[in-house]
Design a binder for this molecule. Structure first.
Ligand code: HC1
Ligand code: SF4
Length: 562
């Protein structure tokens, strides 16, 4: 608690952990390439350097605020210094900005522009390195790495995986997996958080937009889309619309205009997941076996368990993810020649997640030998496709999804935020759908952005112990406690990305705390305005069980193995 003078103005500080946070609080967007409030401070890029009244310069991210400090954030000296840093970084950086997948979202590019770097005086002496394309979800381009270590800390501290690290020293220094392995040979779970934290294009989404355009251009192909819950709240702000507000109707219109024949909502199959997973949960409780039940909709988490906690594979729900269920159901629907109308069906899912690309090619994502989801497009790629097509997104009128798989209950919509799956399960378990009961469930401890939440709910004379966690480092904490008998749960919901899919590895990056909170709020608001809150009251779901799904529930909705 105290105050400091920043550029001649008095600024109070309370619990800000560093000078940089106080400067930002004062409304000055001080540049940085390596500072993120959710991971440890590295202090490597030095771009946040400021000067004090004695002419001493220091990195503001690594300095604690002290009462009476006098700071200049834009003195001639620090401005010159910052520009030089960017110039040196660019000298050792591949500069194919016009074709780089990160163009427009690249922090280095933005800083070069913002700091007025127009020429590079230094020669690039860095050796060229091959791209690592081994991952189904990501591409690693060492030539664009600026050694900020953001990916290393995200992978280690948020995800507890540690697939990436620093190697070599001095001008030879590089970020890479240990022993220069390919990323796919490590324990990487394809979550994409390294890509979210990477300020440049050194780790980027493996894009599949061309495959989507090719399918759309082929008259013999029926192109069907499904849109994940979290996508709808991460698109609007790119087009100057209210941050975090659902723009589902506009996305549906955009996809129709691009040539998608049918557009469906993954919230619909989230309802299917709830029906199946709740039944599985009650069955396991009744039999007292394979508890805790581990949710299975997040593919990065599933890979984490199947790689690192093999003894808990039987605890994973056998349910396919909503992506997997909807694709399998739609493909089955079009196996009927009457529905197919002589055209092949290509299923494209639009996801906030890079790991969904890996899930789509997992051996258990095939039905009768056919891949269920053909192409996965992340939200970031969707924005590119909308821009590429030339649509004026902000002015598009909202449109409804198509029938018969175009409606999800509120429970299905909140899947995209941590705790959403559990909340939807709890809604399903109660026969009552009154506002009071829905409110009680929302207040039971399931909501909120804490990394680990624990609570107990009564159910038919029992107490159900539930844990909801997001971020794989938190998941590891939970699993270790379960393993050593410290904790006993009936149900564990894990989403690999902190706060859930709203912060997935395929979402547009550079989202501060405000964006994160508004995306969660956006999904809860979408739920608030949906009449049907419970998955078991979705009439389309009930119709499906009485029709196409009859006798095929296990075949289309479950995994036989992991
Ligand atoms: Fe998710 Fe899911 S919620 S995993 O976060 O269970 O990606 O949004 O689509 O499949 O519904 C992601 C989001 C998404 C699935 C659902
Ligand atoms: Fe680590 Fe996730 Fe990146 Fe893989 S995708 S390197 S697990 S942060």
């Amino acid at each position: 608690m105290g105050h400091m003078i920043i550029d001649g103005r008095k600024v109070e500080f309370t619990d800000e952990k560093n000078v940089l946070s106080v400067i930002r609080k004062a409304g000055i967007n001080i540049p940085t390439l390596c500072y993120h409030s959710e991971v440890s401070t590295f202090g490597a890029c030095r771009l946040c350097t400021v000067e004090d009244e004695r002419g001493k310069t220091f990195a503001s991210c690594s300095e604690q605020p002290r009462d009476g400090m006098v700071i200049y954030t834009n003195s001639g000296r620090v401005k010159k210094y910052r520009k030089l840093i960017v110039e040196l970084l660019l000298a050792a950086h591949c500069r194919d900005c016009t074709t780089c997948v990160k163009s427009g979202e690249c922090v280095l590019q933005e800083l070069a522009h913002r700091l007025g770097v127009q020429t590079i005086r230094f020669k690039n002496t860095r050796e060229y390195h091959e791209l690592d394309t081994s991952s189904p979800s990501l591409v690693r381009d060492p030539n664009k790495c600026i050694l900020c270590g953001d990916c290393v800390r995200a992978c280690e501290e948020l995800q507890g995986i540690g697939a990436l690290g620093f190697a070599f020293r001095g001008t030879e220094a590089m970020v890479m997996p240990a022993f220069n392995k390919k990323i796919a040979e490590t324990e990487c779970v394809n979550c994409g958080q390294c890509r979210v934290y990477c300020p440049t294009g050194a780790i980027a989404i493996k894009t599949h937009m061309n495959e989507a355009w090719e399918a759309l251009a082929d008259p013999n192909i029926r192109v069907v889309a499904q849109i994940a819950p979290a996508v709808r709240v991460a698109v609007g702000d790119h087009y100057g619309l209210t941050k975090g507000k659902s723009v589902m109707g506009k996305i549906v219109n955009a996809l129709h205009r691009m040539g998608f024949d049918e557009v469906y909502d993954t919230s619909f199959s989230a309802d299917l997941t709830i029906m199946e997973e709740s039944a599985e949960f009650l069955d396991r409780i009744k039999k007292g076996e394979k508890l805790p039940l581990l949710t299975s909709c997040c593919p990065a988490w599933v890979k984490f368990i199947t790689d690192q906690y093999k003894e808990y594979i039987p605890n994973l729900s056998t349910c396919r993810s909503p992506q997997g269920m909807l694709s399998a159901v739609i493909k089955e629907y079009f196996r009927d020649p009457e529905h197919a109308g002589g055209r092949k069906t290509v299923m494209i899912s639009i996801m906030p997640c890079t790991a969904k690309k890996a899930e789509a090619v997992r051996p258990n994502s095939f039905t009768d030998g056919e891949q269920d989801t053909d192409i996965v497009i992340t939200t970031t790629e969707l924005l590119r496709m909308i821009d590429n097509f030339g649509l004026d997104f902000a002015t598009l009128e909202p449109e409804a999804c198509d029938m018969p798989f175009g409606f999800g209950s509120g429970g299905g919509v909140i899947f995209g935020v941590t705790g959403g799956v559990t909340e939807a399960v709890l809604r399903r378990l109660t026969p009552d759908h009154s506002k009071e009961t829905m409110h009680e469930i929302a207040e039971c401890g399931v909501r909120g952005d804490e990394g680990i939440k624990e609570f107990t709910v009564p159910y038919e004379g029992m107490n159900l112990n539930i844990c909801v966690a997001s971020g794989l480092a938190n998941a590891r904490t939970v699993m270790e406690q379960v393993k050593n008998g410290e904790k006993e749960y009936h149900l564990i919901e894990i989403m690999a990305c902190r706060r859930g899919c709203i912060m997935g590895g395929g979402q547009p990056t550079r989202s501060g705390d405000r964006t994160k909170a508004l995306r969660a709020k956006g999904l809860y608001n979408a739920d608030n305005t949906t009449i049907i809150k419970k998955s078991d009251e979705n009439p389309l779901v009930l119709e499906l069980y009485n029709g196409l799904l009859k006798g095929k529930e296990h075949h289309l909705l479950h995994n036989d193995s992991y």
